[in-house]
Structures are given as C-alpha cells and as structure tokens.
Design a protein around this ligand. Structure first.
Ligand code: GTP
Ligand code: MG
Length: 309
C-alpha cells in the first residue's frame, strides 16, 4: 500500500481519524519523552488503553516493544515508532490465516453475521464486487427475511453488480432461503455463495437460534459449508464490539472478522483488542458506502495507518 494521502482508497487517508485519536495521545508522549524508559512504557500503555486498544492488547504490544527497544538499544523517537508499527503488525499477523477458496467444484460459501446496522448487506455487495473482479462468479442469498426492505436492498445491489440473488418473501424461513440458494449455486456452478443474514442483538435468543439453524442447514446441504462465518463489526462501536463477538463466536464458531465504517471512526484500535482476544483473523476493512470501498486487511498497512508520528 502507498502512504499517499491523496489516494482515494488509501487506508492511510481513510484512517486519519483513528490515527489522529491514537496519535494525539501517543504522539504527545513521543514528543515529550527524552528517554524511552520504563516511565515511557507505562505511560504509553495507558494511552493505548485510552485509544481503545484495550488492556490485554496494550499490555502485549508494550511488552513486545519494551523487549525490542532494549535488545536493539533504540533511542530515537522515529525508530521507536517504527517498532510500535512492526510489533502491532506482528500481533495481527500471528492470527492471520490464508484467505483462499477450497479446491473444489462446489461453491465456496460465506455467511455474514452481526448486530443490526453494522454494514452486513453493504459488505456482501462489496465482497461480491471484489470476488467478481478476481474472476469468480458470485451468487447472493437474501437470508434476511426479517427486516422490512432487506430483500429489496440486496436485490438492488444484485442488479447494480449484475450478480444473481436468490430470495423468497419477507417472513419466510431464512434457513430455507439459504438452502435454496446453495442448491441454485451448485446447479449453476457458481464459485462463491454469499449469504446475507438479518441483524440481531446477541441477547435475542430466538434470532440467534435461527442463525445457527441457517448454518446447520447449509452444512446438511453441502458438507463443510459454510466455509466462512464472518462477523461484521462497526468500528464506531468501539469496545462494545468485544461482547458482541464473544456471544456470536460462542454460538456459531466464527472464522473471521470484517471491520466496517473505519472511514468515519476514531476507534480503529479496537481491532487489535478484538483479534487478540478471540484469535480471529481480520479479513477485510470497510472504508465507505460504495462497492469498491472494501480493502483486504493487511496487518502492516493497518498498523502504519494507526501509529505514526
Ligand atoms: N461510512 C461507511 N458506511 C458504511 C460502511 N458499511 C456500511 N455502511 C453504511 O451503513 C448503513 C447500514 O448498512 P447495511 O449494509 O444496511 O447494514 P446491515 O448490517 O446489513 O443492517 P441490518 O441488515 O439492518 O442489520 C448503510 O447506510 C451503509 O451504507 C462503511 O464501511 N463506511
Ligand atoms: Mg442487512
């Protein structure tokens, strides 16, 4: 990635607010520190916690930094900041897993889940656009049969992106829609099936049960599916995303995260905290409302965007 701020899709430019909020405290500290000693490390840890990086991740990051600074005998602010970037990236890289479709003739099935309004449906559209541009054929399943206009919203995206959408009527069984969509995707030899689901609060037991049913029915229809259950979280929710992920992960066994609305958030630091706690790789980040506003997650890009002088 480039650090060119005029690049419309540059993560660096889009993450300005996150960066500023973290940078405010951290840069102040770097500017006012003559030495990178224990007092500095403790202060840095506090400022990272304030910036939504969370207690565990901040402590881990600062410990890695402490060792690297001491081992390397690093004394210069810019060099210490570069180590902060590297160590944050290292933490994220440790839980990365390859993002590749299984070698099979059957569709690669990806289900998106999350609480209301976080950007699931928009992210489905962005993913369809992304996968299409890689040369994969994509089909969408409108398994949000709950919210008014949810089906139409996905159909509008389908028309715009020229990808087929399998839908039923509002109020119908979400698991049946998922089943029909997978059968259709198999018949039409689609490479990928993206399953949209209704937003739900993790405390809503009935709706959480429905979600596990969707997943179960997919497995029955084609063993090994869904290959991915990605939880979409909204960066503007800050530390609240941790309890959301906790509940969804317990019920469904998530395979990864997508962080949306990073363009409008000062809370990108929560990603370090979430990925560390749940050991879930971050697959993509959402940086706007258009179909091309999705970026494949790159740990070093992200860390550089978050921490810089
Ligand atoms: N700025 C910004 N807006 C986004 C992003 N992703 C989604 N949105 C907007 O967030 C709003 C909600 O998006 P949806 O995709 O409908 O969210 P959802 O999770 O499907 O919502 P429900 O199905 O009602 O739970 C829309 O106005 C989107 O345009 C993003 O990365 N950045
Ligand atoms: Mg939706």
């Amino acid at each position: 990635m480039t650090n060119n701020q005029s690049d419309k899709h540059g993560l660096f430019a889009r993450l300005r607010r996150s960066r500023e909020s973290i940078a405010q405290g951290v840069v102040e500290l770097f500017n006012s520190s003559a030495e990178f000693d224990e007092v500095f490390f403790e202060d840095l840890e506090d400022r990272l916690i304030m910036a939504d990086v969370g207690v565990e991740a901040s402590s881990d990051l600062v410990q890695r930094l402490r060792l690297a600074v001491r081992e390397g005998g690093v004394t210069e602010g810019a060099a210490v900041m570069s180590l902060v970037q590297q160590k944050a990236a290292e933490m994220l890289e440790e839980i990365e897993r390859p993002w590749e479709p299984p070698v099979a003739k059957e569709p690669w099935v990806i289900m998106l889940v999350g609480v209301n309004g976080v950007g699931k449906t928009t992210t489905i559209a962005k993913l369809a656009y992304h996968l299409n541009s890689e040369g994969r054929s994509v089909m969408l399943a409108a398994a949000d049969t709950y919210r008014a206009a949810a089906i139409e919203q996905l159909q509008v995206w389908g028309e715009r992106l020229k990808v087929p959408v399998v839908a039923s009527s509002r109020g119908s069984d979400a698991a049946a829609v998922a089943h029909d969509a997978l059968t259709a995707a198999q018949a039409r030899q689609m490479d990928v099936l993206l399953v949209d689901t209704a937003g739900r609060q993790h405390t809503d037991v009935g709706l959480m049960d429905q979600l596990t049913k969707v997943s179960r029915v997919l497995t029955k229809c084609q063993a090994g599916t869904p290959h991915e259950i990605l939880m979409v979280v909204d960066a503007t929710n800050g530390q609240n995303v941790l309890s959301q992920i906790d509940h969804f992960h317990q019920r469904l066994g998530l395979s990864g995260l997508i962080l949306t609305k990073l363009d409008g958030s000062a809370k990108g630091g929560v990603l370090l905290s979430a990925s560390k706690r749940f050991q879930l790789p971050v697959r993509f980040v959402g940086l706007g409302e258009g179909e091309s506003d999705l970026k494949k997650f790159d740990p070093l890009d992200f860390s550089k965007s978050l921490f810089s002088l």
